[in-house]
Ligand binder design. Structure first.
Ligand code: SF4
Ligand code: SF4
Ligand code: SF4
Length: 309
């Protein structure tokens, strides 16, 4: 059964529960909390118009881009999200395929985020609604999160010498937290290439599109039978379906295991390793202090010189 996209966006956001119209397949396994949201980017539909970039810029009150949003030549050059562009769209030419594929990039809002695990002061948190959000007031500026992210998403405000922040898509947290709220990019997309709803329903929609040959979404060619983000790094809130294999689009082949298990082990090793140097440094400081104290007493013991100055 095909699902009206407008209905999916609006009803899904409002319902916060399973709204996929009579899904033909029941999802196996435990369902996530009802309010854990997700987005599906259908790469068969995106035409690289950059309207999502514009919407994100406006929603986050970001500075104007170097090149205007209606300059579509920008997508020719591979880009990453930056402190001034929390989402970007890249054009990817695929050998043997007449039309290019346009790939929207933003934070994936991992289910078990490496950035959250790497942050030693809790400046990044995974919210119950699926968003991974950043709290500037807690951030030390260590940028461990940038190193830890398997998708190389977080950017840093290097241009701000006084109060630089780590920046990334926040899943339009304020909007999505409100009943019926939809991420600005999903709402703006004129090609209906971004679907928003409870993650379980978004996943059902993705499965339906890749398996149902009757939907209009086949007009750009059938999707490959894969959902990027369903399992990668423990699953992500943002997922993709595509008309060509993800490897040909530069998507990283990542394991299903979430990286925090590894990064936490490394971090704990590092901080355990700090204990001996820190203790040795403290001991050295104490010795130097005592030595200096004894020297001062010796000097003062003469008394005359110091007192007469
Ligand atoms: S994509 Fe990177 S920044 Fe976003 S939640 Fe995952 S680890 Fe964190
Ligand atoms: S969800 Fe919001 S912050 Fe994230 S890319 Fe879309 S508009 Fe930008
Ligand atoms: S607004 Fe939609 S169609 Fe346009 S570039 Fe973004 S995702 Fe693609």
């Amino acid at each position: 059964m095909n699902i009206s996209r407008r209905r999916f966006l609006t009803v899904a956001a409002a319902a916060g529960g399973s709204i996929v119209a009579a899904p033909s397949r029941a999802l196996s396994g435990a369902r996530p909390p009802a309010r854990e949201y997700g987005c599906l980017v259908d790469l068969a539909l995106c035409d690289g118009c950059r309207k999502c970039e514009l919407a994100c810029n406006q929603a986050n009150a970001l500075p104007p881009p170097d090149r205007p949003f209606d300059d579509l030549s920008v997508v020719e050059r591979p880009r990453r999200p930056t402190d001034r562009a929390l989402t970007i769209v890249n054009k990817v030419a695929v050998a043997g395929r007449e039309k290019p594929v346009y790939v929207k990039v933003q934070c994936m809002h991992c289910n078990d985020p490496a950035c959250v695990s790497a942050c030693i002061v809790g400046a990044l948190t995974k919210e119950p609604n699926g968003a991974v959000v950043y709290d500037k007031s807690r951030c030390l500026g260590c940028r461990y999160c940038m190193v830890a992210c398997p998708f190389q998403v977080p950017a840093y405000e290097y241009r701000d010498p006084l109060t630089p922040r780590v920046t990334k898509c926040n899943f339009c947290f304020e909007r999505v937290s409100k009943e019926g709220g939809v991420p600005a990019c999903a709402k703006m997309c004129p090609k209906e290439a971004i679907e928003f709803g409870p993650r379980a329903d978004v996943l059902s929609l993705a499965r339906e599109r890749i398996s149902n040959p009757g939907t209009r979404h086949r007009k750009h060619g059938p999707h490959v039978p894969a959902i990027y983000g369903e399992h990668e790094v423990g699953g992500t809130a943002w997922m993709y379906i595509s008309p060509v294999p993800f490897a040909q689009l530069g998507f990283l082949a990542l394991p299903a295991e979430a990286p925090p298990r590894l990064t936490e082990a490394i971090q704990h090793g590092i901080f355990n390793g700090f204990i001996f140097p820190a203790a040795a440094y403290s001991l050295l400081g104490l010795v130097m202090y005592m030595f200096r104290d004894r020297s001062d007493r010796k000097e003062n013991g003469g008394g005359k010189g110091s007192g007469s100055r």
